[in-house]
Write a protein that binds this ligand. Sequence first.
Ligand code: ASP
Length: 370
Amino acid sequence: QGFLRLMQMLVVPLVFCSLICGSAAIGDTKTLGKVGVKTIVFYLFTTALAISIALAVGTIVKPGLGRDTAAIQTQEVTVAESTTLTETLLNIIPTNPIGALANGTMLQVIVFALFVGIILAKLGEKVEVVSNFFAQFNDIMMEMTNMVMMAAPIGVYCLISRTFSNIGFSGFIPMAKYMLCVLGALAIHCLGSYSALMAIFTRLNPYKFIRKYFPVMSFAFSTATSNATIPLAIETLDEKIGVSKKISSFTIPLGATINMDGTAIMQGVAVCFAAQAFGIVLTPTDYLTVIATATLASIGTAGVPSVGLITLSMVFASVGLPVEAIAMIMGIDRILDMARTMVNITGDAMCTVIVANQDGALNRDVFNSK
Ligand code: ASP
């Protein structure tokens, strides 16, 4: 718990400062806009791809066939409050930036930090003191990250053993087929699609990337919290993979907030599972609807544990699946949450490397080093 809190302590100040420094360093808004648009397009594309893979796996393996659906009516299920698209978009703009910082509302923090960074670049020497302040505070936060990470091996060990001892193996067996489908689709996406995209766009060895990024992935696995991995992700990308912080300080917090490929995969398999369990036949239009809603749900899923299960109700509702079906998969969701969070953050980093490469912000020597 202590380790987790230490990691969470770093997130808001680190994202805020590094994003200000990053956008101030990129300076001109045109380049920043280009990087932003490219990143968002990549994020959306990989999420849609992820969910398509999940639907294919779920349709072929049929994890929901032969399930007893009678037992589930008694359990309580939380249904996500539906917000309209306009509301979701408006919510990106903070009415009170200090409130956004205090509550850790990531997208709002990102927007405000971008404004500050762009204006610092625009005003140049006139605001040198403030620029220096943020640059130095950013150094402080990076140093703090280094210190906290010294506790990582013990923290990760404790977190993982606690989760497994809480769930126990007896909980897994009845749901094994569903779990294997989710894990299989996650593996296909992480090792297959990401690697292909990376090889095509950067001509770099994707497996080298995964080996170097593995500490961040295992941290995501143990915490099931994308947000908490932001500091370590930025640092690892900078030191081991050669991505300039100018890019990663923008793309990583954004990805941790809106890009959830792993979550989309769980949702795709869950849709197939529930439809099969309840004997509901999904039409091709339903599949397209699921792809669209799960991609949007991924934007709305916060990078903290279990939220994917809540936004799943939105996806179920979009194709008329009974929301109670979520109760069936709730018990074992934590373990899948850990695995999907790992894919969530790997997707962010993969897109970051591609965008950085195109923008000349990737040091290939660092990437190719041992
Ligand atoms: N735990 C996930 C994350 O932090 C979100 C989710 O799928 O529940 O990325």
